[in-house]
Design a protein around this ligand. Structure first.
Ligand code: NAI
Length: 314
């Protein structure tokens, strides 16, 4: 199994690479790419951790050598938020980075599973889909936007409130920006009032901003994101190795009648998404949140598609 991290020297990339070095199955390869010159040093540093995972670092302007033979590509490359910024403010910086990196993925490892962490996820995944389509290698089963941090946060807030719940399951649907993030706390056995549900939805929607403000200009979520990306990656690995019934949540194409891309539960298989799962029942408070955010989600999807089509035409 070869896992590649693009953006490996960054705030997310480094702890994610550390976790992967420690937790990928024995015999795996881990390739770290980042234009930052320190990337080879990050790989050397990690190589001193005793595990049967081979790690190599790549820098320069071309990620092709890192991507050769990749099974899974995780992308936390690009700029993160500072206080006062929305995820959408990152579009103009990160759209070009994602286009370039996904073009290399499509050419070098067209069968790899690609998981995009870079924000705004709602627009970056449509950009990636357009790039892969133009290269003739797009398979919606293999392309994911990472929303596993929203799931981890929802579970964590649930644990904070309910000491008797051991492993809460809180599906998060919609997208990964502000109002488009809709956690379904009604799925937790505990009964919440309408007001509590509204407050919990708002807390998860604002959780990223809470971290950005607390870090006071030094970046956004990195450590919990690294954990959430590790968790998602290990699910992809287990599914690729043939384990059945691996349930995950991510932002993918298909499965929702009113948005081309949507975060939702799914079963994973060796080729990526094996089956999109139904997330009903949905409480009326949650349904109102979904209905209310769909125009925003669709606009962010369209922004990505329009950007990619314009650039690809030139
Ligand atoms: P960072 O600025 O610490 O690291 C980004 C890394 O990307 C840097 O090392 C930089 O050299 C590298 N990079 C820049 N251009 C590149 C290119 N063309 N190819 C490969 N690497 C390149 O940022 P951080 O905190 O690691 O965040 C990365 C992204 O993840 C941001 O866009 C952030 O908004 C997003 N994010 C997403 C979350 C999610 O839930 N999906 C949660 C938190 C952050």
């Amino acid at each position: 199994m070869k896992v590649v991290v693009l953006g490996a020297a960054g705030g997310i990339g480094q702890p994610l690479s550390l976790l992967l070095k420690m937790q990928l199955p024995a015999g795996s390869e881990l390739a770290l790419y980042d234009p930052a010159p320190m990337t080879r040093g990050v790989a050397v540093d990690l190589s001193h951790i005793p595990s049967r995972v081979q790690v190599a670092g790549f820098t320069g302007r071309d990620p092709s050598a890192a991507l050769a033979g990749a099974d899974i590509v995780l992308i936390p490359a690009g700029i993160a938020r500072k206080p006062g910024m929305e995820r959408s403010d990152l579009f103009k910086f990160n759209a070009g980075i994602i286009m370039d990196l996904v073009q290399h993925c499509g050419r070098v490892c067209p069968k790899a599973l690609i998981a995009i962490i870079t924000n705004p996820v709602n627009s970056m995944v449509p950009i990636a889909a357009e790039v892969l389509t133009q290269l003739g290698v797009y398979d919606p089963r293999r392309l994911f936007g990472l929303t596993s941090l929203d799931v981890a946060r929802s579970e964590s807030f649930c644990l904070d409130m309910n000491r008797e719940v051991d492993a809460p399951v809180v599906p998060v649907v919609g997208g990964h920006s502000g109002l488009t993030i809709v956690p379904l706390f009604s799925h937790v056995a505990e009964h919440y009032t309408d007001e509590q549900l509204r407050a919990l939805i708002a807390r998860v929607q604002q959780a990223g901003t809470e971290v950005v403000e607390a870090k006071a200009g030094a970046g956004s979520a990195t450590l919990a994101m690294a954990y959430a990306a590790l968790r998602f990656c290990l699910s992809l690995v287990r599914a690729k190795q043939g384990e059945a019934d691996i349930r995950e949540y991510a932002y993918i194409e298909g499965g929702h009648p009113q948005a081309r891309f949507f975060s939702q539960p799914m079963l994973l298989g060796p080729d990526g998404v094996a089956q999109v799962l139904d997330y009903s029942p949905v409480h009326s408070v949650e349904q109102a949140a979904i209905d209310g955010m769909l125009p925003t989600l669709n606009q962010e999807i369209q922004q990505g598609i329009d950007y990619a089509r314009n650039v690809l035409q030139d």
